[in-house]
Write a protein that binds this ligand. Sequence first.
Ligand SMILES: [Zn+2]
Length: 390
Amino acid sequence: MSNDQGPDSLNRRRFMVTAIGASAALAASSAPPGTQAATVSRGTAFTGDTIDGKKIVSALDVNDLEPGKKHLFYFQGVEMPTGQHWYVSVTVVKGAKPGKRGVLTSGVHGDEMSSVHTVQTVMSQLDLAQMSGTVMAVTDVSRPALESMQRRWPNQGRGIDLIDMNREWPGNENGATTPSRHAGLLFNRLLRPNADFAIDFHTGTTGFEVTAFNVGGMDVPEVKAMLELYPVGQIFDNHVYPGVLHNAFMDVGIPSFTPEVGAGRVLDHEMISLFVEGTMNVLRHHGIVAGPMGRTGKDVTVFVGNSAYPILATAGGLVEHLVKLNDKVSAGQKVAIQRNSFGEVVAEYASGVAGEITGQRSDAMSEPGNPLVFILFNKPGPEDVPIYPE
Ligand SMILES: [Zn+2]
């Protein structure tokens, strides 16, 4: 291996040095349980370049930034086949007084526009002079997915592949795909080192809309406290699966959860305002923002479920929903019918549980296997880990 010849040997060596550096950093960052440090800072590193007047960083520590000021950067993400990088936008609002550090992210999926606008609205409401602490926002995490407003990242490694970036966290700076490397760079050098708590905003996806709800583990007191500060009608109390961004934060001791702000592709201003209000409450809860709480979960009726019951299409055809989002349904209740091209009913779909409708396919045509409905409900016994299209 040490006698590699040809032009690749230098790059190979550089790659290996990088790899060793990364594993050393990983080793250094693993603390014994209970003493797990939320902050693993590499300091702030400027590349020396700017884009549209905004400085580019390849690592960021908000402690290095001037207080009482709003800072705008581009973070240098993964290198592409052209040798150029994907940059993500970073907004840091650092209050005049010291305090906790919150991280708000959106755009892990590229078709979830209400999540982006929720974060932008929260950032615009922060008052630098009154704030104690720092809020950092990254609204365009999965840049290439956002460019085409689609859920997944188009990866070119082995021919075109579409990769769901919310199955990649915490990523790997030397991973096999660009989304994995991008996730690793962002998580290690931008997100994790600046978070005492983190909120990763999502929505439903193209063709499948959801209610306003939050996903998180209510058995974790720090998470429960935040989830209850949102005036939204549903909580999905479930740890879901590894690979989602909020679980990568949780795994390193940073309380985190995922709000779901309605349908994909559109701006739902009514739902956005609920999540802005809840997020401002969370910032008050952490002492970053002063003043009285807005409406919380106590001011609305909140249905908490620990599982999502999926109804998958068994036929092709046009789907007609018989219930609406947030409707309560009983076990055995018919919730959708499907017709073929002649208008003949080819399938009828009933709920297997009593619960509340939390998601519905909004694209009227469906093939067998597509999720049509998700019903939030309470499963006795061990919690389910459903594949939820967050
Ligand atoms: Zn999403």
